[in-house]
Design a binder for this molecule. Structure first.
Ligand code: PEP
Length: 249
């Protein structure tokens, strides 16, 4: 099937210029498997994107953490997909739960962003995931399927999409999903893609896990058949991010 392992680092709204330079140094000195084995993408805050892009080793790439839903213009505070393309930023994270829940981004709005960013030539890490309340009420699969369905309604070519399953209850909490819990949802998402998009998209789309991944738990999670990599928050700011990348082997 050949789904290359993918490790994304989401730095969120963290870091000073000096801290960013230190993280880049750690990444640049890290011994990791080759690009044939693992694709690594780090996502600094917008203001640090140019410096990270220009100082980062060439086998690692950068992502923005968000972009505007349509062509730029009179949208104060926003950054457009066109600007990212212009700066040669290849990737963007869209639909992160912090944006869905804190900033009120709906499934449809996220889907519009995904479609627009792809149309401009960006590659997209599209995030889905349930809250603790939704998990406890037994609606996990229904929730992630609805989030994915909204995207599928607006996207026909999935080549440049990585789907990130990030249970909200596991993000930044230290409460990681067990390998079995992650595998179960990834399997259901792949099954959903198979039935509702196509067997080929289901077989080739990378579904990565995010939520309190660290250097100690990544190897076992990576061993699950439908876990094709990670989106890492807190640990992507630390040297253990290198260990997480190594779990691709
Ligand atoms: C994230 O924010 O995408 C994330 C997975 O965070 P953490 O690894 O800190 O839980």
């Amino acid at each position: 099937m050949g789904r290359k392992f993918f490790v994304g680092g989401n730095w969120k709204c963290n870091g000073t210029f000096d801290e960013v330079k230190k993280i880049v140094k750690i990444l640049n000195e890290g011994q990791v498997p080759s690009q044939d084995v693992v694709e690594v993408v780090v996502s600094p805050p917008y203001v640090f994107l140019p410096v990270v892009k220009s100082s980062l080793r060439p086998d690692f790439h950068v992502a923005a953490q968000n972009c505007w839903v349509k062509k730029g213009g009179a949208f104060t505070g926003e950054v457009s997909a066109e600007m990212l393309v212009n700066l040669e930023v290849p990737w963007v994270i869209l639909g992160h739960s912090e944006r869905r829940l804190i900033l009120g981004e709906s499934n449809e709005f996220v889907a519009d962003k995904v479609a627009y960013a792809l149309a401009q030539g960006l590659k997209v890490i599209a995030c889905v995931g349930e809250t603790l309340e939704q998990r406890e009420s037994g609606s996990t699969v229904e929730v992630v399927a609805a989030q994915t369905k909204a995207i599928a309604a607006k996207v026909s070519d999935w080549t440049n999409v990585v789907l990130a399953y990030e249970p909200v209850w596991a993000i930044g909490t230290g409460k990681v999903a067990s390998p079995a819990q992650a595998q179960e949802v990834h399997f259901e998402l792949r099954k959903w893609l198979q039935a509702n998009v196509s067997p080929e998209v289901a077989a080739t789309t990378r579904i990565i896990y995010g939520g309190s991944v660290n250097g100690a738990n990544s190897k076992e999670l990576a061993g699950q058949p439908d876990v094709d990599g990670f989106l890492v928050g807190g640990a992507s700011l630390k040297p253990e991010f290198i260990d997480i990348i190594k779990s691709a082997e």
